[in-house]
Design a protein around this ligand. Structure first.
Ligand code: NDP
Ligand code: 2IT
Length: 444
């Protein structure tokens, strides 16, 4: 059996009941086959793949807090410190009832290669909790965040592990967590990114993942001789990534016709009204059913359906495994040109293969959505030098990073005989630097 298949089998056996983690490992290792085979003897002897698929450290902890009725609630907190070969652990905190160890490990594993692709010195990690922020009062959110950080603060630090936002964690949650960290540890340092601008946050971090996704997509289309302006775009999700992806796509001359949330989706044939979307999601924290009040011409549908709309470009920006094989078939039947992942692993393996086999340009999340964490690393740099850069400075660096990731993934794919396969290209480009650093640092 090949070394890759052997390690995939071992990972599945050693981590039972973790389907998302298995999926992420399979996707990465299978696409690395060509590189692994070229170095098989050395990698086997060093147990390189066994080490890279085993987190350096993982924490699970009790998070007790008191709700507005005086009832004690108990959630489970997680932090997986996956790989620190190229820098301090870096990755977001997901607050969603579906969170479990499998999800946090898949996200942490993906983050290792994504962070490497940015070219910046950040290792990979991820954390979160099965806490559901929906419908909670500000006080309840604060109580949860403080309790979560009371334990987490023992394990993180500006040079150790720097968490940030993800699903359910935005500026409000980061603020409460930062306050509690500072209070307990008595240090004012850049221990979290995605902070508010008044206490060490970076301009353009809020926009970074969505903007970065579009800088990447624009460049990728250009490499393939296609122009983004004038194209129609379907976006799923209506959170941080989706909103700023929609904003930048619109600025670049494309027309975004859909957004969604976990209960339904909007079709707006005239193009999504970004100001209305921000008002509904960022200010009111309301559901998409509100959108029709702003745009009477739009349609609201319950359930799933975003991928049934005829578009040129699809940008899944909600969550993992939200674009299935039948969605891929619908997109292809409607003539989609490109799919670029704003979310982490939103496309199932079968759907990815179907899209690629049918000539759709496919950009994997670890390359296409790396703008968020890249800008987080820029926030860390600003915190270290105790300076703040202008929006234009950060945005220009972000764009440059995304264009570089695009070219590096393209070049790696070509070098190994997989021209046009950006999954292989991104995984190889991300993997090579991590392997080099791990090898240089010995058996640790
Ligand atoms: P938000 O919490 O801001 O928004 C998430 C959006 O996705 C909401 O519209 C939400 O709907 C929807 N959603 C979440 N879970 C589900 C689900 N199980 N089924 C259907 N819809 C769902 O998160 P972000 O925008 O920050 O994150 C979106 C994706 O992007 C995630 O995969 C995240 O890991 C990834 N990502 C985020 C980065 C960042 O900087 N924030 C960076 C890189 C990747 P509802 O409100 O109804 O729950
Ligand atoms: O998935 C991701 O890259 C993020 N949620 C952002 C992580 C970060 O540290 O900014």
């Amino acid at each position: 059996m090949s070394y890759v298949d052997e390690v995939i089998e071992k990972v599945v056996a050693k981590n039972p009941g973790e389907p998302e983690f298995h999926q992420a490992v399979k996707e990465v290792l299978e696409s690395l086959r060509v590189v692994v085979e070229a170095n098989e003897e050395k990698f086997r002897k060093d147990a390189l793949l066994e080490r890279i698929t085993e987190p350096e450290r993982q924490f699970m902890f009790r998070v007790p807090w008191v709700d507005d009725k005086g009832q004690v609630q108990v959630n489970r907190g997680y932090r997986v410190q996956f790989n620190s070969a190229i820098g301090p652990y870096k990755g977001g905190i997901r607050l969603h009832p579906s969170v479990n160890l499998s999800i946090i490990k898949f996200l942490g594993f993906e983050q290792v290669f994504k962070n490497s692709l940015t070219g910046l010195p950040i290792g990979g990690g991820k954390g979160g909790s099965d806490f559901d922020p929906k419908g909670k009062s500000d006080r309840e959110i604060m109580a949860f965040c403080q309790s979560f950080m009371t334990e987490l603060c023992k394990h993180i630090g500006a040079d150790t592990d720097v968490p940030a936002g993800d699903i359910g964690t935005g500026a409000r949650e980061i603020g409460y967590m930062f306050g509690q960290y500072k209070r307990i540890r008595n240090v004012y340092e850049g221990v979290l990114t995605g902070k508010g601008l008044s206490y060490g946050g970076s301009l353009a971090r809020t926009e970074a993942t969505g903007y970065g996704l579009l800088y990447f997509t624009d460049e990728l289309l250009r490499l393939n001789g296609i122009e983004l302006a004038g194209k129609t775009v379907a976006i799923s999700g209506s959170g941080n990534v989706a909103i700023y992806a929609a904003e930048k796509a619109t600025q670049l001359g494309a027309k975004v016709v859909t957004v969604s949330d976990s209960t339904g989706w909007v079709y707006d044939p005239d193009g999504i009204d970004i100001a209305a979307l921000k008002e509904i999601k960022e200010v009111q924290r309301a559901r998409l059913t509100e959108y029709k009040k702003y745009r009477p011409n739009s349609e609201y549908h319950e359930g799933r359906g975003v991928w049934t709309v005829k578009v040129d470009i699809a940008l899944p920006c909600a969550t993992q495994n939200e674009l299935h094989l039948e969605d891929a078939k619908a997109l292809v039947a409607n003539g989609v040109i490109a799919v670029a992942e704003g979310a982490n692993m939103p496309t199932t393996l079968e759907a990815t293969h179907y899209l690629q086999e049918n000539g759709v340009i496919f950009a994997p999340g670890k390359a296409a959505n790396a703008g968020g964490v890249a800008t987080s690393a820029l926030e860390m740099s600003q915190n270290s030098e105790r300076l703040s850069w202008t929006f234009e400075e950060v945005d220009a660096k972000l764009k440059n990073i995304m264009v570089n990731i695009c070219h590096n993934a393209d070049a790696a794919a070509k070098k190994y005989g997989f021209a046009g396969n950006y999954v292989v290209g991104a995984n190889i480009a991300g993997f090579e630097k991590v392997v080099d650093a791990m090898t240089a640092q010995g058996i640790v």
